[in-house]
Design a protein around this ligand. Structure first.
Ligand code: NAD
Ligand code: MG
Length: 392
């Protein structure tokens, strides 16, 4: 039996890498559904190559455009749906076993959660979903018996280094600390005073990874690492003080677990997301991912240093939001999404990103975030406040 896969966000960086790995193992995997927001031509090409049963696009217009592109071809037999509800529908459909959750940002939350509730094997790249709904999401996984495999490279590394059948009992299992590595992004050494002048092009140019625009900016501010601290907290039941960020500019060690006996286990590899994706797809087996073997002699050196919160205030804000709990991580995430988009659109400078997030965290009332409705309401409220701050 092949594993039937639904890829939420198939036209993105993670989506394309997932299709690349799947294409290497046609005997193991078939595509049930692909989804894309606007890139209809790219999706049409993926339909010709991978022949999904269903696709989901953002709007009725995009659905029409896709229909025309595929008309009269074999691939044209695909069922075309559109809109956010359709995303939840394919993510929980009986036609698929495995869901790759790779939509960027809060937009991915409802469908990622739907996959968790439906008991799928969930390959989670969409870290923002977990940041917003951590308790709810992990409860849904437990209640449905879903298998959750982290795709974010750091969390995938930690998952690989933790004891087998890790149950979240850090102390009992002899786990002392989680060491989350960070490249430090493109501005690790840049003069702090000049940071407000950096352009979106400079900020997107990550030294080690090729990724979508939003996560690339998050890497430059180190909000990405902040979101990952919160993600690690939920995935591994780790208190904030047990999660330490270590700057490691080569991005060869993807993260580590430190044990009570003094052992530190690390997972290493070339920085290519196809490794964690292949791990998730094949778990608990191992398959070829297309990633070349790591040549340590060529790497030569591995360096480490502590993060500088003055240079990277977003990392500090994320620890604060995690400490405050409840809807604070949702406020952090939503204000960050709005500020990053404004920076990409040339409306604000780079350093305004952290200032807007800080103001939103101080200004907006933190509530219980106990269900999906209240989480989405906190997200919407924050977007309004952040947009107002940007406009003024
Ligand atoms: P991307 O921007 O390249 O792709 C995003 C995908 O989401 C696209 O397919 C797009 O069509 C879809 N999408 C965007 N907005 C949408 C909306 N409103 N509704 C429905 N679909 C929408 O992003 P990416 O770099 O592939 O990242 C995807 C997720 O994976 C993010 O949460 C990111 O943090 C996480 N992640 C990415 C990497 C990486 O190397 N790219 C690494 C670790 C984690
Ligand atoms: Mg990561």
């Amino acid at each position: 039996m092949t594993q039937r896969v639904c890829i939420l966000g198939s036209t993105g960086s993670i989506g394309v890498s997932t299709l690349d790995v799947i294409g290497r193992h046609p005997e193991r995997y078939s595509i049930y559904a692909l989804t894309a927001h606007t890139q209809v031509e790219k999706l049409a090409q993926q339909c010709r190559g991978y022949r999904p049963e269903v696709v989901v696009v953002g709007t009725a217009e995009a659905a029409d455009a896709l229909h025309k592109l595929l008309a009269g071809t074999e691939a044209g037999r695909v069922q075309i749906m559109h809109g956010p509800e359709a995303l939840c529908e394919v993510a929980s459909a009986s036609g698929c076993d495995t869901v790759m959750a790779a939509i960027v940002g809060a937009a991915g939350l409802p469908a990622s959660l739907a996959a968790a509730r439906a008991g799928k094997k969930v390959l989670l790249a969409n870290k923002e979903a977990l940041v917003m709904s951590g308790a709810l999401f992990m409860d849904a996984i437990k209640a449905s018996g879903a298998v959750l495999l982290p795709i974010d490279s750091e969390h995938n590394a930690i998952f690989q280094c933790l004891p087998e059948n890790y149950d979240g009992q850090m102390a009992q299992r002899g786990v002392r600390k989680i060491l989350l590595t960070a490249s430090g992004g493109p501005f690790l050494k840049r003069d702090i005073a000049s940071l407000d002048k950096v352009t979106p092009e400079e900020a997107i140019a990550h030294p080690n990874w090729v990724m979508g625009k939003k996560i690339s900016i998050d890497s430059a501010t180190m909000m990405n690492k902040g979101l990952e601290v919160i993600e690690a907290h939920w995935l591994f039941s780790a208190p904030a003080e047990s999660i330490e960020v270590v700057i490691h500019p080569q991005s060869v060690i993807h993260s580590m677990v430190s044990y009570a006996d003094g052992s530190v286990l690390a997972q290493l590899g070339n920085p290519d997301m196809r490794t964690p994706i292949a791990y998730g797809l094949a778990y608990p087996e191992r398959i070829d991912s297309g990633v070349s073997p790591l040549d340590l002699i060529k790497v030569g050196q591995l360096n480490f240093k502590a993060p500088d919160f003055q240079r990277f205030p977003c990392l500090d804000l994320a620890y604060q939001a995690l400490g405050a709990g409840r809807s604070a991580p949702t406020i952090l995430n939503a204000s960050n999404e709005v500020a990053v988009q404004a920076f990409l659109d040339g409306k604000i400078g780079f350093r305004m990103i952290d200032q807007i997030i800080e103001r939103c965290l101080n200004q907006i009332e933190i509530d219980s975030a106990h269900d999906i409705e209240s989480i989405l309401a906190a997200d919407a409220r924050t977007r309004l406040v952040a947009s107002d701050l940007i406009a003024s």
